[in-house]
Write a protein of this length. Sequence first.
Length: 625
Amino acid sequence: MVQVDETFELAGQPWRAVHQDGTVIVFQHLLDRRVRKLPVAELLADPTYVPHRRSPTPVLDDVAILNGLPVEDARRALWLRHHVHELLYGVPPVAPDADETAKPSRSRQVTPSDDGDPVPNVRYGADVPMGEKVDAKVAELEAAGTPVSERQLRRHMAAYQRLGTAGLVDQRKLRTKTATGRVDARIVELLKEAMQEQTLKSTRSRRTLITRVLVKVGDLNAAGENIPVPSWATLYRTLSGLEGNRHTFGEATTRRTQGNKPDRAYGYQAVARPGELVEIDSTPLDAMVIFPDGTIGRPDVTIAIDVATRTLCANMLLAGATKSADAASILLARTMTPMWMQPGWKETLAYARSILPVGAILGDAELRELLAARPVITPEAITIDRGKVFVGTTFLEACERLQISVTKAAPRTPTDKPHVERAFSAINSSFTESLDGYLGMRVAHRGDDPSPEGLLTLAEVQALLDQWVVQVWQNRPHDGLRHPAIPREKLTPNEMYAAAAAVAPTMNVVLTPDDYVELLPKDTRRPNEYGINFEGLVYDSPGLRQLYRDNAHLLGPDAKLELRYEPYRLNNVWVKDVTNSTWVQVDWRYAKHVHAPFSRDMLKVVKKLTKDRSRALPPDLGHEV
């Protein structure tokens, strides 16, 4: 508050308040005597206002200090407050609770007056000299069995006048203990450096780390430093206090995870509508499956998740690590195309249904209902890691054409894609555990190697995962999905999409089958009378024959047709009709006899095996292979 005759600075100039009229203050310049007036609130809010006197407002930092004290210490502070306040002002303070003013003793109880206030004590009235009041209080406390010396009482009086009730608290109770105590700061820094060096190394014992630190301390002391060396017990305690949640002497995997956390406050990117942000990543599946080439291994699962609704937009299981530069573009195509419109998906589902136990795959009517409930979301922005699969030319150019912004996560920073990492954990715990080839989340949870007879093929697991997504994941409530109108109720991805789309509708861009084919890998082949030879396989169809017959004069004898293929479903390829820019599906010659989908990787393995076998046979038999 500004008072009359108070001097202050405003905008770097000296002023003095000379008059106050209600809420308006009048002040005069100390040098040129000019006069100004401003509302008091406006003056106090001015950032250039600097008063010359200290603010009379008392410090309120410790008004709640009793809330964190033990009960006995808080009661003693209130007991001292009762007697010191009575000594200074002649009347006890108003206590919030009747028993808070009483120390466990024979302390005198105060009789309230008719209006509820404590009755003043004449022995501590304003007309009594302070020395007599102090002597009377010392005698009173001595008679009550709780003696306090005159010197202590005067100290309590001064502390109470300066700090209030906080000054009556035993200061030893307020001391904060540090993790390092009184250990020399140079030793603490050496311990921190040694613990930091352990982040990416194998776990060692505390004794080994302390020994290495003591060697460095000895070298420093030999060089002229005077570092006091504490005892081993003190070093052990200091090390335990510094360790915290670093897991320096625990599991190496946990230590690396903790060390990879950013040394800053976590950020949060709020999304308000479906498709505003989609995260894509890959991870090995915690299960063994049979790959198309007959080998056994852990497939890679690649998913795209919408952050706003937690919808799993697309998923892919690939044999081995995800290294193909075409995987990301195929995942983008599956994200923006309903499952039943994806070329080859119906055939893959029919194949899985034919070999899996009855009931493992739902019926067509029930499955179509679940697929219809799952939203098809058009991404506006995609967050990817820096893997080669996600920075391929086809994927980045497709995103540019579709006006999708791409953000690369920081290197080795999974916290840049927290939602997709959490989805991987849910897949491994909720879906993968039901498979016969489940391996466990870590080596310590792993049993004997699973029997190959009980394992499923990659295509079977893919069909089961597709069904699990639309049947379980999309209809399971998630902790991160809550509507502001009902914050206590968890929503499912399908429900969250319906609620978000009603408030912030988005324009759905669903890819047609031809658009889907445009995102597939590209190649060129010259058509022949028998069809097209691709990877040693012959593809033919009536549509290709018609295309070749009608456009032979345009193609020429050595002309090649643009061809698109899906590396994980080579049962079909697509050839572009140059006259109307449409795609003609061309089936493998034996596609009707082999319903199982096979990949390009499988085809390469089979070729290599037959080639090696031909070399191993005698020359007179090699031509029969």
